[in-house]
Design a binder for this molecule. Structure first.
Ligand SMILES: Nc1ncnc2c1ncn2[C@@H]1O[C@H](COP(=O)(O)OP(=O)(O)OP(=O)(O)O)[C@@H](O)[C@H]1O
Ligand SMILES: [Mg+2]
Length: 460
């Protein structure tokens, strides 16, 4: 039932008009003054239309109109007036009123206008939501996952079954193993496929920003909250929400997230109105969440809530059978993008790719092949060509048991510090399971620096 707010200082108008609207099926709220009207709006962010008188003691209708337009630009406002002048009408329209009625008007007339206004408002809101969603959905639907190895083929079958359910899924795996691909695949194959798929990177935002990103906020909920904003839980309505790197959510937000998952409702920051959450939640992590639970960094109850359906993506080095097909897939994909035919991969090249350790997993493979496509013109990629892009040896082989390096190149060659650094990073990534926090700690650099270096390496 749509909510309509009537602001008028005359009790008689509020009552009679209110009754007409209630009979027409609206949920009517009333306020005696502009100030009270604003207060009511703050408490009921879902008001769909405001009807206000012009002449009121204190804040008049036009001032109220200006304030509403400032805070809720799309909310339709209709101005009514007992003794209004043509100038008032012009000002009201200029300030953004949807319509202006001077006495004598009939309640029925205004009611019809309200109906249209609400319909229009709903469409405008929907369009705004869609724009947000489209921005996020720029990536295509994933209805295919390359899976040639036994473990991935089995996983794909499991994913089909998972897609048919509506439970929460926790996708675990090293960086670059394809967690997001899996999440999109589940969405694409699910009954929610026609509804939005939205992703939030929980590691990229501060706790406060993440909270309003997820749940939205009311205007003035905190400094800088100039407008009301819908959160992802609202925008993804009917669809799927991916919480990427969920391990990074801080403890206070973990509690709030647990509540949405359990009770299926939430409030915008700064509001006490409860909103229903119709969203399937998928979460990913490249950290060992079990360990985070043991260490008291992640709530156990939340872990169980998320981990209803666990999916573990093996690192690429443990499913080498996928490598040649993935490689061909990327050569075709990026070849098409670059407007050139995909080169073939000969057996030796496929072997070279399969023999490499891939600390950056599928993403690293993809980046290497993109680089090959840019820099090589050969119609057939051979072992020697491909090896140029992998370094001389798989990273594990460059470290001796005692911890000393076998330096790349010949006996007398002195490699650059950068070469050594790259080798070291690749080694550490592989040894520590791709856990960037651990790697950074072990190498004595910040995670941010590590990320920058990985990016340069094409791993990030
Ligand atoms: N099975 C697959 N088939 C086709 N492409 C894949 C597959 N797995 C991964 N990719 C590609 O590899 C890249 C990395 O995948 P994705 O972003 O899903 O990894 P991730 O596990 O989410 O990584 P991170 O932990 O760093 O966020 C993407 O470009 C994705 O399209
Ligand atoms: Mg990801």
């Amino acid at each position: 039932m749509a909510k309509v707010l009537i602001v008028d200082d005359e009790e008689f108008i509020r009552d009679s008009f209110g009754m007409t609207l209630e009979r027409a099926g609206y949920n009517v709220l009333t306020a005696e003054s502009g100030n009270e009207g604003l207060g009511t709006l703050a408490k009921h962010p879902d008001v769909a239309c405001v009807v206000s008188d012009i002449k009121m003691p204190g804040m008049d209708g036009l001032e109220l109109l200006a304030k509403i337009k400032d805070q809720h630009p799309t909310l339709p406002v209709i101005i009514i007036s007992a003794h209004g002048t043509p100038e008032d009408a012009a000002r009201a329209i200029k300030l953004g009123a949807l319509d202006y009625f001077a006495k004598p008007f009939s309640a029925g007339e205004i009611e019809a206008r309200i109906g249209k206004a609400i319909e229009h408002h709903n469409l405008a809101e929907e369009a705004a939501t869609l724009r947000e969603v489209v921005k996020q959905q720029a990536a295509p639907k994933v209805d295919f996952i390359t899976a040639s190895s036994g473990s991935m083929a089995r996983l794909r079958e499991t994913l089909e079954r998972i897609a048919a359910s509506d439970s929460t899924v926790l996708i675990q795996g090293e960086s670059g193993t394809g967690k997001e691909v899996v999440a999109r695949y589940i969405h694409t194959k699910s009954a929610r496929a026609d509804k939005p798929f939205l992703a939030v990177n929980c590691a990229a935002l501060s706790a406060g920003l993440l909270e309003s990103e997820l749940f939205g906020h009311e205007r003035g909920a905190f400094t800088g909250a100039e407008r009301q904003r819908k959160g992802r839980f609202e925008l993804a309505r009917g669809g799927t929400l991916l919480l990427d790197e969920v391990s990074e959510i801080d403890v206070h937000l973990q509690a709030k997230l647990l509540r949405v998952l359990q009770e299926k409702n939430f409030e915008r920051v700064g509001s006490s109105d409860t909103i229903k959450a119709d969203v399937r939640v998928l979460a990913t992590t490249n950290r060992d969440l079990n360990k985070a639970v043991r260490e008291g960094k992640f709530r156990e109850d939340l872990f169980f809530r998320l981990n209803v359906l666990p999916v573990v993506l093996p690192p690429l080095r443990e499913r080498k059978g996928d490598i040649p097909d993935l490689a061909r897939h990327f050569l075709t994909l990026h070849g098409r993008r670059m407007g050139r035919e995909a080169p073939e991969l000969d057996a030796e090249a496929a072997g070279a790719l399969s023999g490499y350790g891939w600390p950056g997993n599928v993403r690293e493979l993809e980046n290497v092949l993109e680089r090959v496509l840019v820099l090589e013109n050969a119609k057939v990629l051979t072992g020697p060509i491909v090896r140029k892009y992998l370094g001389t040896e798989a990273p594990t082989a460059t470290i001796k048991k005692e911890g000393g390096f076998i330096l790349p190149g010949g006996e007398d060659d002195v490699p650059s510090i950068e070469t050594i650094e790259n080798k070291l990073i690749q080694f550490a990534m592989q040894r520590l399971g791709g856990d960037k926090n651990k790697v950074a700690e072990a190498l004595g650099i910040t995670t941010k620096t590590l990320r920058a270096k990985l990016k340069k390496l094409g791993v990030e």
